[in-house]
Design a protein around this ligand. Structure first.
Ligand code: BLA
Length: 242
C-alpha cells in the first residue's frame, strides 16, 4: 500500500543528501511475527547526513490486515526547523488514516510564522485531507501545526491525493531546509537539542502504537523498539523516577 511512498522518500532523500547509514540497535532492524491473523514484518531504516541528524522510517507489512509507514526526520541541532512527521496507516484496506506534518519544536508566533505559514498554500490545496479530526492520544497544540494533513480516507485516495500531497509536503520541507540559516549561538543550539529531546519524551509516552507492537512482537521487544530506536532520546519513566 505504501511501497511507492517508501520508494519516493528514499529517492527524494538520495537526490538531495549524501546519506550515511545510522546504526539501528541489534535485533530492532527487522522482525517477523506469526502471532496475528497474518504474518507481520516490521522493517526499519535509518540514515544521517550533515543537515539531518536522524532520518528514520519503518514499514509494517501485515498483508491485508495492516500496512503502515511511519517516519520522522530530525534536522541537525543547528537548525531549529520543525521535524517532519509521517504516519500512514491502513487497516484491512478499509480504514486508512494518514497524518503528515511539519512538527513545530516551538509554538511562539515568530517561529510559526517562519516555518508553518509557508505550509498554508500547500495545505489549502488538500482540503479533502485536512479533516479536523480529534486527536485522542496527542495534544494537537503541541508538536503539531495547524496545516497538518490528517484524514481518514479510502484506498484510492491514498494512491492519488495522498501520494501527491506527500510529495508536495516533502519537497517544501527540503526547500525550507535548504533556505535555513544554521544557528551559531551555543544557547540557541542547546535550545534545539532540548526541544528535540522533549519531542522524543512526549512521543514515547503517548505513542498509540505500543499496543500494536506488543501484540505482534511482544512487550519486551516493543519497549526496546520504542526507547532504543523510535524515540531514543526519551528517558524511560522508571529510569526518570528512580
Ligand atoms: C495514530 N499511529 C496512530 C495509531 C497507530 C499509530 C497504531 C492509532 C491508530 C488508530 O487510531 O487506530 C502507529 N505510531 C504508529 C507506528 C509508529 C508510531 C507504527 O510511532 C512507529 C513505527 N504519529 C507519528 C508521527 C506523527 C503521528 C511521526 O508517529 C506525526 C505526523 C501522528 N498518529 C499520529 C496521529 C494519530 C496517530 C495524530 C491519531 C492519534 C490520536 O487520535 O491522538
Amino acid at each position: 500500500m505504501y511501497t511507492p511512498f517508501l520508494q519516493h522518500l528514499e529517492t527524494a532523500l538520495n537526490e538531495r543528501f549524501r546519506l550515511q547509514r545510522r546504526p539501528i540497535p541489534e535485533g530492532l532492524e527487522q522482525r517477523v511475527s506469526d502471532r496475528g491473523r497474518c504474518p507481520a514484518t516490521i522493517q526499519s531504516w535509518s540514515y544521517q547526513c550533515p543537515e539531518l541528524r536522524k532520518i528514520r522510517y519503518t514499514y509494517i507489512d501485515a498483508g491485508q490486515v495492516s500496512q503502515i509507514l511511519n517516519s520522522v526526520i530530525y534536522p541537525s541541532h543547528h537548525y531549529d526547523l520543525p521535524l517532519l512527521g509521517i504516519d500512514f496507516l491502513s487497516f484491512g484496506k478499509v480504514k486508512n488514516l494518514v497524518v503528515m506534518d511539519f512538527q513545530p519544536l516551538f509554538q511562539d508566533e515568530a517561529y510559526l510564522e517562519k516555518y508553518i505559514t509557508p505550509l498554508k498554500a500547500l495545505h489549502d490545496q488538500y482540503p479533502d485531507l485536512s479533516q479536523d479530526l480529534e486527536m485522542k492520544s496527542y495534544d494537537a497544540n503541541q508538536y503539531f501545526s495547524k496545516y497538518l494533513l490528517f484524514a481518514k480516507t479510502d484506498a484510492e485516495t491514498v494512491k492519488t491525493r495522498v501520494f501527491e500531497a506527500f510529495q508536495d509536503y516533502l519537497r517544501l520541507y527540503f526547500q525550507l531546509l535548504e533556505a535555513a540559516e544554521p544557528l551559531t549561538a551555543p544557547a540557541e543550539i542547546q535550545r534545539v537539542v532540548q526541544a528535540q529531546k522533549d519531542y522524543d519524551q512526549y512521543s514515547a509516552e503517548r505513542d498509540p502504537a505500543s499496543g500494536l507492537f506488543s501484540s505482534y512482537f511482544g512487550h519486551d521487544w516493543s519497549e526496546r523498539f520504542l526507547h532504543e530506536f523510535l524515540f531514543e532520546d526519551a528517558v524511560p519513566l522508571a529510569a526518570a523516577a528512580g
